[in-house]
Write a protein that binds this ligand. Sequence first.
Ligand SMILES: *[C@@H]1O[C@H](CO)[C@@H](O)[C@H](O)[C@H]1NC(C)=O
Ligand SMILES: *[C@@H]1O[C@H](CO)[C@@H](O)[C@H](O)[C@H]1NC(C)=O
Ligand SMILES: *[C@@H]1O[C@H](CO)[C@@H](O)[C@H](O)[C@H]1NC(C)=O
Length: 532
Amino acid sequence: MKSVILTWTASVLFSLAAAAPSAGFEQQCARLAQSYSPDAQTKVLLSEFVPAGTNLTNPDNHPSCQTKPFTVTLADMCRLRLKVATSDTSGLEMEAWMPVDWKENRYLVLGNGGLGGCIAYPDMTFTTWLGFATVAHNNGHLGDTAKPMLNNPGVVEDYAYRAIKTATKSGKKAVSHFYKSPLKKSYYMGCSSGGRQGLKAAQDFPEEFDGIVAGAPANDFNNLFSITGNYHKIMGKPGDATYLSQEQWTAIRDLIIKQCDGLDGVVDGVIEEPRICNPRPEAMMCAAGQTWKSHKCITATQASAVRKFFEPFYGSDGNLIYPRFDPGAEVTTDVTGGESPQFATEWYKYAVFNDPNWDFDSNFSVAFAEEMNRIDLYNVSTWKDLTALKKTGHKLLTYHGLQDGLISSENSYRYYEHVSRSMSLTSSELDEFYRYFPIPGQSHCHSGDGNWFIGATSQFARTKATEIPTEGGVLMSMVKWVEEGVAPERILGRNIDLATSVEKSSKEHCKWPLKNVYLGGDANVKESWGCQ
Ligand SMILES: *[C@@H]1O[C@H](CO)[C@@H](O)[C@H](O)[C@H]1NC(C)=O
Ligand SMILES: *[C@@H]1O[C@H](CO)[C@@H](O)[C@H](O)[C@H]1NC(C)=O
Ligand SMILES: *[C@@H]1O[C@H](CO)[C@@H](O)[C@H](O)[C@H]1NC(C)=O
């Protein structure tokens, strides 16, 4: 903690000194558990003053949650935990972390991931440190699993839209009650499932947020699950002639980098625009008498499967079900792993069919995929346009890593163009309220071979984020857009070494439909790149 403070500027130090907790703050926080009783649906589970540097035990550390069992806090704050009923058989748990040094009365809600179920403690730590009164919630059930949805449609409804909406409203009430002061601006930030939740808010309840940051969104939810089923159907299981081992996928990835890295004018290990990369797996096929063992080559059957793997998934009428996999993201994913896709399989078993014995391999087909999209439980697809958002004047920023092995980045371009056509708005008209930033070399939400750190969900806790300036990243760019009217033209990305937290390079990522273009010089410095 000390070394971090030493790197801060004097002005930050002064503002910290000014914000030392008063005895009143601590007492008021402790009293909240008795004094706060907003409505019959809400139960206060806990209120306590937590000084910066506290090693908090996450109370509901479900083994399926990727969040760690302990979180070391970074800001003096009041911590409030609520339980909010959403129906007779469903409800959510949420926490509001309210910093002593509350900056500009800002309110921030964080989203979830996967089939979660998990409170985003690591991100709360950092956004509270940034001065946001931050709310995160468990999305209506505990754990990154669909099991609690079994025979309980209320839990499915919470997952589709209701938990984030309810937590947002409850959090606003609690935060303004505690500070005895109204919120000035309300923000949302999430990635993956959290990206879908952000788009759900933008589509259906945009009045709740002045600014929404939605990363790698899992929207077109049903078809996303279907393409993971389709990958499995194409590649098969260990022992199948089509199947590739992890080692073979790594070789395929190396081949694709060789074939496509240079398309952007510089060989730097990052495919700047995977959409123009058309992998040729045949280049790795065995000649007569060769084998993987002897020559690290694949069979013609395997090459056919790989070629199909990189094709979009089409329905029986020839219409697109879901866009293709990002070439270059092969080893960052489990879709190539030979098991039926875990999230999709759980969703079908527990949310759709209420049958834990439902069998994926004997049921999945194109017709099945089409049926799932037709069923679309509680409109979980999240595929409406942004007419409602535009009316409010509120802002949406989306981003998508172009090395995303879980959710194809092509889906974010596709959603952008869907909104453009559906609302009949050009990109400069969309710029008023909706901006999309493709992030080359970013994997799913975090990490990757390029300049992946953009100050977003699930990135902070993987680095010494307190030492990385947040200016130019997605969250603080949104704040600037909302509060100063300065809309982001570029997003500053950094390649942070995960082992050492050292910055290896930086780049300014361009706003779609502009693209990152190499201008010459050292590819690791941002001046060597432009937007065209
Ligand atoms: C937090 O506490 C747990 C349990 O005592 C411990 O294992 C962990 O190392 C602690 N973390 C830090 C950063 O002190
Ligand atoms: C799934 O497959 C099994 C056996 O192949 C079949 O009996 C069952 O009806 C199928 N279920 C659905 C929902 O299609
Ligand atoms: C889904 O959206 C449609 C169109 O907006 C609406 O009519 C319908 O009531 C919604 N269904 C559910 C279950 O929310």
